[in-house]
Write a protein that binds this ligand. Structure first.
Ligand code: GLN
Length: 234
């Protein structure tokens, strides 16, 4: 068994809006509570993405940093090699769109993504801002998601991915679904940060990386999730 869990946070200098950094902290904390040692690497956009990580995280951002981030990831190739090796990935909002074949730039122009997910995104008619709640694909065993979204893009899912969830409240991909998953990759529009508001999603990533996990006391997280659900559900 490897000695520690390696978490790689990609491009905090470009892509980390609405508390996305919290996703790193939540994974670290939930691993520590299970006695799993963690090494976290913060990879600035001027540096190569290491290939030996177990869980990669990338967050949201404005259009220009998103375009820059996509170019650098494409040229670097480290994340693509890590995923080919079997690493897990959580990609949020701008980071989610970058994982597809194409997304919309600041004028709506098509910008190439890095093609790790069979999705394509384009600029929608209006910005989607607000709370979101969504029922997760039952095969993942994660309770109803809550989070905050703020994006112009809409995302079309191809046959190579499954929707992460069905929206109850909010826009998500724009077709009644929110996010997507395939293999050990999850893409989502959820900020909040997503893993603080959805500990089940955090544990899914941890299980993908290290195997079965003992349960931990989730009182505070669960209270927050229930409070947000009660606030937004019809
Ligand atoms: N620029 C993208 C969009 O508006 C992503 C926004 C974000 O990451 N919050 O769709």
């Amino acid at each position: 068994m490897q000695s520690s869990l390696r978490i790689v946070w990609i491009y905090p200098d470009l892509l980390s809006t609405y508390g996305d950094q919290g996703n790193v902290l939540v994974l670290e904390q939930r691993a520590h509570k299970r006695g799993i040692p963690v090494e976290t690497v913060h990879v600035r956009s001027s540096d190569p993405v290491p290939e030996q990580g177990d869980i990669y995280l990338i967050g949201g951002g404005e259009d220009r940093p998103q375009i820059l981030g996509a170019e650098r990831l494409r040229r670097d190739g480290g994340l693509q090699r890590a995923i080919a090796r079997g690493a897990a990935l959580l990609a949020v909002c701008a980071g989610y769109q970058i994982m597809g074949s194409v997304f919309g730039g600041e004028e709506g122009q098509p910008v190439p993504g890095i093609g790790l997910l069979d999705i394509s995104s384009s600029r929608g008619e209006r910005r989607s801002v607000g709370e979101l709640a969504a029922d997760v694909d039952p095969e993942l065993g994660v309770p109803t998601l809550t989070g905050f979204e703020n994006h112009m893009g809409v995302t079309h899912l191809g046959p190579g991915v499954r929707p992460l969830s069905k929206t109850i409240v909010g826009t998500g991909n724009g077709d009644g679904t929110e996010g997507c998953h395939t293999g050990k990759i999850v893409g989502t529009y959820l900020h909040g940060p997503a893993l603080a508001r959805n500990p089940g999603l955090a544990d899914l990533l941890l299980r993908w990386a290290v195997g079965p996990l003992p349960a931990i006391e989730d009182g505070w997280y669960e209270r927050l999730r229930q409070e947000r659900l009660a606030a937004v559900l019809p």
